[in-house]
Design a protein around this ligand. Structure first.
Ligand SMILES: *[C@@H]1O[C@H](CO)[C@@H](O)[C@H](O)[C@H]1NC(C)=O
Ligand SMILES: *[C@@H]1O[C@H](CO)[C@@H](O)[C@H](O)[C@H]1NC(C)=O
Ligand SMILES: *[C@@H]1O[C@H](CO)[C@@H](O)[C@H](O)[C@H]1NC(C)=O
Length: 813
């Protein structure tokens, strides 16, 4: 319960606040019902944990009562699994492979190539600190988080005789099958391989003979996936064949906060699009090998004592010959490495767009070079900073002609609010509360919420938020003091689906964490009126400021919900912080999952479900004017297919808007994606890499049908030929895209338009008064890649550099 500190604070208040005291007493009384008593006062921010050194990581010892609400047997299906409960020893000697694989696969899980995908069998597999000897791959079933003790990350030690693709395998090739998915040769389709996360490990390959291509992680994944806080230990022998991450394709994704020591390759990767943040490579032969992509963004990279930083296969100008389409690198430090970037072919026309921004070289003689060819950009044996350099087609303003450039390109002015103290774009790792004691967490299930996918949990959840944050009680209709306040308790959303039937108010000062993606679902009449949309989850009262940390949560609806604004984000970070208000590994998922009532049975692609029953949302995520937001790995997805059921049948679902930002910033969208994005009156945004896809059914019905354009939400007035804009920017300034992948793959579910890359006429619209810089813009299927004031400026056909077309940079002026 709350201690005397609260009373002291109350009594210190000036007289006019007496009314509040009564409220607080009410709160105090209810507080005593919290099962986990709070050993700390709620009067001041608690920025650190109280766990004793010897105490295990809170996630290990918290009561495990998470459930999978829509599993066929929620009473017996177990979400949380501790590998030691399955017989893993962790002594570095015993082979723990079978025990860990049993922890992952037990229960009726989705894998083996007999199940494409599911949301009904999630698992969080926990590894206490220790050294686990691994002899064959750990098979990462669908919808699994592998989480090591964040205080003392466990080591996965590959045995000397390790056999198989990688220590952790996220998409398993089926032995004996020679081709891929179409003939069933892998467990999962690489572009639908969602919901996986691996955190807090040391993966040690050094026992494997150096000349064997031992691999840490086979990561052939799509959106809503992450790798985080992982150290790869590999052989430093001159003939080393070890590799950290091996990724041949997929449609990701985010990874970050990783260190690669030794090895032939740190990241060997091909994927449609990917975002990598905060990675360090030490004595790796080739830090990053780029096999193929449509666009990659690397943010904050440190390369020390390597041979080559980025080695890129380039030159392929068609789908069949695809190589690296676009590589964008921001904020790198490269030390004692002969070559920073190397392409496989000399680029005299477009073949491998490169953007380098704020890169500091120290003893790197070649900044950009060609394999067995000329140096394109000299480095230095001393130190050198590259402010903004590019290779590819450069455009500006309304000039329809691009210029092939290998040299200095536009350097966007970066507002200081987006930067850290060293001048780099801010990055902040997913909070894991490693130092916090389990007594500092409050479980929602222990305090009255059911999370069973049917009970209305609105009141139970609201009471918990209000009690933990006694200073802010918008449920009472009062706008109380805006106090920067956090740390009284971290709210633990035990795995489950929590149905809310009216707006859930999350007060500024909240830290909350889910378990294997806990779900908050808006349902019912409150969210059914398109003419009067209502917020499902309001993050911070309007005008509030304070810490906000949300991780491992999914926000969704149970349809039809034409009037649901799924998340309204109002909170602003405390002025003393950067990225103090954010979400990590948290998503807005609309339809396509069990329990949503927006599935194959209701809304097949034939359209036979009609429109009335197939509204998923009015608006996915609204960043309001005074908010700030750090969103890492956030995927706002209007489902194009059903994850449950057969896992590939397409759906026709409707959401009026994806993300609307009116924020004055700072806003960081790091590794984020969605369907259609509007920036209106926005300022100080960094987005990289940003991905969108146009709904496959358009133009039937023609956008905005079945919604109507609503000026309150800054909807576009014009929808060219009935297709949504991927990005529409109105009256905004200091907007920096560092990598974008914007795709239009269909016209009314037919793909013949891809033969001429003309599925929709226009894709990105910027009005003439906005100040925007877009680096590394890769698009597919649009006649015009970028428009100013609704008029197409850049022809996609002029920038073909693979399956996609890439503009290396466009700046509004
Ligand atoms: C993924 O990569 C594998 C191995 O190179 C290849 O056989 C397969 O065709 C690729 N699949 C897709 C969907 O690109
Ligand atoms: C970068 O990654 C390292 C290694 O995981 C981590 O210690 C550090 O806190 C990260 N930095 C940021 C800014 O997240
Ligand atoms: C998985 O998807 C493939 C198409 O990609 C389909 O042929 C197969 O039937 C699906 N498997 C199951 C078990 O539904």
């Amino acid at each position: 319960m709350f201690n005397v500190g609260v009373f002291t604070e109350v009594l210190n208040l000036p007289r006019p606040h007496m009314a509040l005291i009564l409220l607080w007493f009410g709160v105090l009384l209810r507080c005593t019902t919290l099962v986990h008593s709070l050993g700390t006062s709620c009067t001041a921010p608690l920025t650190s944990g109280t766990a004793a050194i010897s105490e295990p990581y809170w996630l290990e010892s918290i009561t495990h009562q998470g459930t999978a609400a829509y599993n066929s047997d929620p009473s017996t299906y177990v979400v949380f699994r501790n590998v030691k409960d399955f017989g893993a020893v962790g002594d570095g000697v015993t082979d723990d492979t079978a025990a860990i694989n049993s922890a992952i696969s037990s229960g009726d899980r989705c894998g083996l190539g007999t199940c494409n995908s599911t949301t009904t069998a999630p698992a969080l597999v926990f590894f206490p600190t220790g050294t686990y000897l691994i002899s064959t791959p750990l098979d990462l079933y669908y919808y699994t988080q592998l989480i090591g003790d964040a205080k003392n990350p466990p080591t996965l030690l590959a045995s000397a005789s390790f056999a198989g693709m990688a220590v952790i395998d996220a998409d398993i090739y089926i032995p004996g099958e020679s081709s891929i998915r179409a003939s069933g040769a892998e467990w999962y389709a690489p572009t639908n391989n969602f919901f996986r996360s691996v955190r807090n490990f040391v993966i040690d390959l050094t026992q494997i003979p150096a000349t064997t291509a031992g691999t840490g992680i086979h990561w052939q994944v799509s959106q809503s996936t992450s790798l985080m806080n992982i150290v790869f230990e590999m052989s430093s022998a001159s003939d080393t064949a070890h590799q950290g991450i091996w990724m041949e394709n997929g449609s990701g994704g985010f990874m970050g906060d990783m260190v690669f020591n030794g090895g032939k390759y740190g990241i060997w990767g091909g994927n449609q699009q990917f975002t990598v943040r905060n990675v360090s490579f030490n004595s790796v032969e080739t830090a990053v090998y780029g096999l193929w992509n449509w666009g990659y963004t690397f943010q904050t990279v440190t390369i020390t004592d390597c041979q080559v930083g980025f080695d890129l296969a380039t030159g392929g100008l068609t789908e069949d010959t695809q190589t690296v389409g676009a590589e964008a690198i921001i904020d790198a430090v490269v030390i004692n490495t002969p070559i920073f970037v190397r392409t496989s072919e000399a680029s005299t026309s477009l073949a491998g767009s490169i953007v380098i921004n704020n890169v500091k070289l120290n003893n790197v003689p070649i900044a950009v070079g060609v394999l067995d060819g000329p140096t394109v950009l000299e480095g230095s044996t001393g130190s050198l900073t590259i402010d903004s350099w590019g290779q590819g087609n450069v455009y500006s303003g309304t000039n329809t002609a691009g210029t092939f450039t290998q040299g200095t390109i536009a350097s966007a002015t970066k507002p200081s609010s987006l930067l850290d103290s060293t001048g780099r774009i801010v990055g902040r790792m997913h909070p894991q509360y490693a130092d916090y004691a389990v007594s500092q967490f409050v479980s929602v299930k222990s305090n009255g919420a059911k999370g069973d996918g049917s009970t209305d949990d609105t009141a139970a959840l609201q009471a918990i938020f209000n009690e933990v944050h006694a200073f802010s009680s918008p449920a009472n209709g009062r706008k109380l003091m805006e106090i920067q306040f956090s740390g009284c308790a971290i709210i633990f959303f035990d795995a489950g689906t929590y149905v809310v039937t009216s707006t859930l108010e999350i007060p500024a000062g909240t830290q909350m964490v889910g378990e294997a993606w806990s779900v908050i679902a808006g349902k019912g009449s409150a969210f059914e009126n398109q003419a009067s949309p209502q917020v499902v989850v309001r993050v911070g009262a309007e005008g509030s400021s304070g810490i906000m940390e949300i991780s491992d949560i999914i926000f969704t609806t149970v349809g039809p919900t034409p009037g649901a604004i799924v998340v309204e984000w109002n909170v602003a970070e405390p002025s003393s912080t950067s990225a103090g208000a954010g979400m990590w590994d948290s998503h807005i998922r609309l339809g396509g999952a069990a329990g949503t009532n927006l599935e194959t049975a209701q809304c097949p692609s034939s359209g036979s479900g009609g429109t009335t029953n197939c509204f998923a949302a009015f608006l996915g995520l609204h960043l309001t004017a005074k908010s700030t937001a750090y969103l890492e790995g956030t995927w706002v997805w209007l489902a194009d297919h059903d994850i449950d059921g057969d896992g590939f049948s397409q759906l026709t679902l409707y959401s009026g808007r994806g993300i609307l930002s009116e924020s004055a910033g700072p806003v960081w969208l790091i590794g984020a994606g969605e369907t259609n994005h509007t920036l209106s009156g926005a300022q100080n945004h960094y987005l990289g890499l940003f991905q969108t896809e146009t709904p496959y059914y358009q133009p039937s019905p023609a956008a905005p049908t079945p919604f109507t354009s609503d000026s309150t939400y800054n909807d576009p007035i014009t929808f060219e030929s009935g297709f949504a804009w991927a990005v529409n920017i109105i009256d905004s300034s200091d907007i920096i895209f560092f990598g974008a992948g914007l795709y239009s793959f269909y016209s009314a579910y037919v793909q013949t338009c891809l033969e001429t890359m003309s599925c929709q006429p226009q894709l990105v619209n910027v009005d003439s008064q906005s100040f925007v810089t877009i680096y590394s813009l890769s698009t597919v299927g649009a006649t015009s890649q970028l428009s100013v004031g609704n008029t197409g400026i850049i022809n996609e056909s002029a920038n073909v550099d693979g399956y996609q077309s890439t503009v290396t940079v466009w700046s509004s002026s």
